[in-house]
Design a protein. Sequence first.
Length: 168
Amino acid sequence: MDVDTGLQARLSRLSPQRMQIAELIVDLAPRYGINPALGLAVAVTESALDPSAISPKNAMGVMQLIPETAARFSVKNAFDPEQNIRGGLAYLRWLLAYFRGNVELVAAAYNAGEGAVERYRGLPPFAETTQYVKRIGSLVGQTTHPYDSALVDPSPILLEAEGMPRGR
């Protein structure tokens, strides 16, 4: 697998079932323009690659999709590993375009929602989100990621930071 050695070490300790989930992420991520290390970092952090995981906030499956995000990215069965991973990767692709490849903002938005990142004009001051961003950053080992600028207009906070008007 094309992943950082720290993440590779964690993956080497997986059960065969969870290794299959990791391999599915590695296979699908490039189809969404996502570095497999980012997809794996999110899945490991969100659910420890458990397709039956449910959070107290009703986030479901490997990529811990809340019902609204699952619907937004056409996931009919959030407990189907492939559907869930595809939905999570599609959301990551969208976030990467929206936040222009800024991995820190993408991680914060994946954890707290893009609305929270907008409201706080950057990283939300939530302990959980701060820890989440640090963990994703340490597993991914990069601060920027390629993105498809045609997918969505960039976040207004990025445009304002650059002194650009909103819209295209």
